[in-house]
Design a protein around this ligand. Structure first.
Ligand SMILES: *Cc1c(COP(=O)(O)O)cnc(C)c1O
Length: 389
C-alpha cells in the first residue's frame, strides 16, 4: 500500500461484521475498562485502557504501517516515549553515546534524570561517524541520534552510525520528529527504533501532546511494551483520535511545509540583515548531499541569525504579526522562537554557544499558509529589527 493510502486506511478499516457499525471515522473509545464473559479471557480482547485501548491500538497499528514496521507504541508525550524507552532498555552502569545537538528536553532528561540512576552519556558530533565510533565504550548500550537536529538542522548518517552501534551490540535510536516517516524512514536505514514527538508534524495541528516509538525487533518491543504498561505513560484515547486524524493529511502537509520552507529559505538567503541560514534543502547546507541521499524531502524547519545579535533577534520575533512567537513546531500555523531564551534555555550558555546556538539565532517552523504571506511578514519584521522602520 502506498504511503498516501496507508495514512488514511491502516489501522482504521470500517467494521462490517454483524453488529459492526461501519464507522468511516473511528469512534473514541473512552472506556477505562472492558466487560468480559469469562474470568480467564477478555471477550473483546481488551482488559484495561492503560494496557490496551481500541483507539490507541488503531493509532499504534497505523504508526507501524507507515514505516513498514511490526510494532507501534503511543505515549503521552515525546519525552514520555523517551523515558519509557530508556527505562525499558537501560540499567545503572550503562552508557549512551548521543549526538551533541539534541532537542533540549532530551538533554535535560539524560543529564538531570538518567544521570541520577547511574546512566551516563557521552555527547559526540555525529555529523562525523568516526567521532561516534571513538565515543563508544564497552558499556555503551545505546546510540541516540536526532536528524535533522533541533534547532541547528544538522544531519547524521543513520546507516553508517547504526552499523557502528550494532558492532558494539548497542541499540540505535533515531528521533525522527523533524523529518517524519514521510521524508525519512530510519528503520529502513538499519536503525532499531524510530521515535517521535507526535506533538509536532505527526499530529500537525498544535492541539495535542504525544509521543511514539516504532520498531520491528520482537525482543525490544516486548521490553518497551512492558514498560508502557508498567510505567503507564500512555497516550489518551482522545489524543490517539487526534493523531489518527492528523496523520491522514501528513503527506499533504509535509509537501506544503517543504515547498514553503524552501521558498522562505531562499528568500532569507538573499535578504540583507540575515546570516547563516540553515535549511537542509539549500545547496549551502554543509550536509545537503546527505540530506538528498537519506531523506525524500527537507521538512519545514529553518534557522538563521538576525544581524545585530540578541537585541535584533528579539526585535524581529516580537515584530512578527502572522507568524506567532511560540515554542513548539510542526503545526499548520507558522511559529518562530528564540532557542537561547526559550526551547534551549536549560542548556548552559557556554555549552549552547559551543554547538552553535547563538543569541542571534531564530528558529522558524514554516506552516502551510500561502508562502507570500509568510515571506511578507518575515520581511516587515526584519525591516523593524534592522531599524529601518
Ligand atoms: C518536541 C520534541 C521532543 C519532545 O516531545 P514532547 O512531545 O514535547 O514531549 C523530542 N524531540 C524533538 C526533536 C522534539 O522536537
Amino acid at each position: 500500500m502506498e504511503f498516501e493510502t496507508s495514512v488514511v486506511h491502516s489501522g482504521e478499516e470500517p467494521n462490517m461484521e454483524p453488529g459492526g457499525t461501519g464507522d468511516i471515522a473511528s469512534p473514541i473509545h473512552l472506556s477505562s475498562t472492558f466487560a468480559r464473559k469469562r474470568v480467564d479471557k477478555p471477550t473483546g480482547g481488551f482488559t484495561y485502557s492503560r494496557t490496551t485501548n481500541p483507539t490507541r491500538s488503531m493509532l499504534e497499528a497505523r504508526l507501524a504501517a507507515l514505516e513498514g514496521a511490526k510494532h507501534g507504541l503511543a505515549f503521552s508525550s515525546g519525552l514520555a516515549a523517551e523515558t519509557s524507552l530508556l527505562l525499558a532498555l537501560l540499567k545503572s552502569g550503562d552508557h549512551i553515546v548521543a549526538f551533541d545537538d539534541l532537542y533540549g528536553g532530551t538533554k535535560r532528561l539524560f543529564d538531570k534524570v538518567m544521570a541520577k540512576f547511574g546512566v551516563s552519556v557521552t555527547y559526540a558530533d555525529a555529523t562525523d561517524p568516526a567521532k561516534v565510533k571513538r565515543a563508544m565504550r564497552k558499556n555503551t548500550r545505546m546510540v541516540w541520534l536526532e536528524t535533522p537536529t533541533n534547532p541547528l538542522l544538522k544531519l547524521c548518517d543513520i546507516r553508517a552510525i547504526s552499523e557502528i552501534a550494532h558492532a558494539h551490540s548497542a541499540v540505535s535510536v533515531v528521533d525522527n520528529t523533524f523529518a517524519t516517516p514521510y521524508f525519512q524512514k530510519p528503520l529502513e536505514l538499519d536503525a532499531d527504533v524510530s521515535l517521535y514527538s507526535t506533538t509536532k508534524y505527526m499530529n500537525g495541528h498544535s492541539d495535542s501532546i504525544g509521543g511514539a516509538i516504532v520498531l520491528s525487533d520482537e525482543a525490544l518491543n516486548e521490553k518497551i511494551k512492558f514498560m508502557q504498561n508498567a510505567a503507564g505513560a500512555i497516550l489518551s484515547a482522545f489524543d490517539s483520535f487526534l493523531v489518527l486524524r492528523g496523520l491522514k493529511t501528513l503527506p499533504l502537509r509535509m509537501r506544503e511545509h517543504g515547498s514553503n520552507a524552501m521558498k522562505v529559505a531562499e528568500f532569507l538567503e538573499a535578504r540583507s540583515g540575515v546570516q547563516r541560514v540553515r535549511y537542509p534543502g539549500l545547496d549551502s547546507h554543509p550536509q545537503h548531499g546527505l540530506a538528498e541521499r537519506q531523506m525524500s524531502g527537507f521538512g519545514g524547519m529553518i534557522t538563521f541569525e538576525v544581524s545585530g545579535g540578541r537585541g535584533a533577534a528579539i526585535k524581529f520575533l516580537e515584530s512578527l504579526r502572522l507568524v506567532s512567537l511560540a515554542e513548539d513546531l510542526g503545526g499548520v500555523k507558522s511559529l518562530a522562537e528564540h532557542p537561547a531564551s526559550m526551547t534551549h534555555a536549560d542548556i548552559p550558555r557556554a555549552a549552547r554557544e559551543r554547538i552553535g546556538i547563538s543569541e542571534a539565532l531564530v528558529r522558524l517552523s514554516v506552516g502551510i499558509e500561502a508562502s507570500d504571506d509568510i515571506i511578507a511578514d518575515i520581511d516587515q519584521a526584519l525591516a523593524r529589527a534592522n531599524g529601518k522602520r
